[in-house]
Write a protein that binds this ligand. Structure first.
Ligand SMILES: C[S@@+](CC[C@H](N)C(=O)[O-])C[C@H]1O[C@@H](n2cnc3c(N)ncnc32)[C@H](O)[C@@H]1O
Length: 261
């Protein structure tokens, strides 16, 4: 449906259609040495979010910022299929999964905040040129997700957010945002754009995969982005939901009410 807004979707014709790169849908970047632990941990966390969304009848699509080889996207797609088929949740309208990623190496961040962050200067994990997925990754992720959800419900939007978001975000309500794009500049831009332009549902869940990166320093990364976009007076407030893994934290979003106590 995004094509109604002139968006270009990645497809199997984008890249050579040889054997798909290894690790599509299975390789967890934060738990590479222990994939079983990564799988269990994310499955449990995401399942808890789906239980919350479906039990509260919170309708809306799922946005993922940061897809890489599709590990988290595959889990989200599996849960979408599972919960969508449960008879007692038939009242909740069917959801789509939107995955936004450049599928390229990290560029030089447009923000000086990232230039001095731990993950850029110390570990180098988010440094310019790092994190490049193998050729064919976008097409392989797209094929995996359409195989699981059908082409109408699986969207893979390829490109840097500054280029793709203005023309490709859905108009339908949003129930879940999975923010896993590491850099402060990317996190801030994606979050701010969604919260100011999308129809964000009351009770929408915000999953922050990189919340404790940068040694959990408030001045960097997602912690800083969330503080600036949400806590410093935006249209939404957040309540704590739960933490998962060493890295991530879930919040529930509420529209800020004028004059509320
Ligand atoms: C940690 S990875 C995502 C991991 C993924 N959720 C998984 O489960 O494997 C972070 C991703 O964010 C993407 N990213 C970061 N900043 C971006 C930007 N400004 N535009 C597009 N993609 C971006 C990177 O390309 C990278 O693939």
């Amino acid at each position: 449906m995004a094509s109604r807004r002139g968006v270009s979707m990645s497809s199997t014709t984008d890249h050579a259609k040889d054997a798909p790169p290894e690790g599509i849908g299975t390789e967890s970047p934060d738990y590479v040495e222990d994939p079983i632990r990564g799988q269990r941990l994310y499955d449990d966390a995401f399942r808890r979010v789906f239980e919350f969304l479906y039990s509260n009848h919170i309708a809306g699509d799922i946005l993922e910022f940061g897809t890489y080889k599709g590990f988290s996207a595959a889990l989200l797609a599996r849960l979408l299929r599972d919960f969508g088929n449960r008879p007692r949740f038939r009242v909740v309208p069917s959801r789509r999964l939107w995955c936004f990623d450049s599928f390229e190496a990290f560029p030089t961040s447009p923000s000086a905040v990232d230039h001095t962050s731990y993950e850029v200067t110390y570990t180098g994990t988010w440094a310019p040129g790092a994190g490049s997925p193998p050729p064919g990754t976008a097409a392989a992720v797209h094929e995996m997700l359409t195989g699981m959800l059908g082409s109408e419900r699986a969207r893979v939007i390829t490109g840097f957010y500054e280029q793709t978001l203005p023309k490709s975000l859905p108009r339908d309500p949003i129930a879940l945002v999975h923010l896993d794009c590491d850099l402060y500049a990317s996190s801030r831009y994606a979050l701010e754009t969604v919260l100011t332009t999308c129809d964000v549902a009351e009770g929408c869940v915000l999953l922050c995969d990189d919340y404790n990166c940068n040694r959990a320093d408030e001045n960097f990364g997602q912690r800083r982005a969330i503080r600036e976009v949400i806590d410093d007076g935006g249209q939404f407030t957040r309540t704590d939901f739960f933490s998962y893994g060493w890295n991530a934290r879930a919040f529930i979003l509420h529209r800020r009410k004028a004059g509320a106590l």
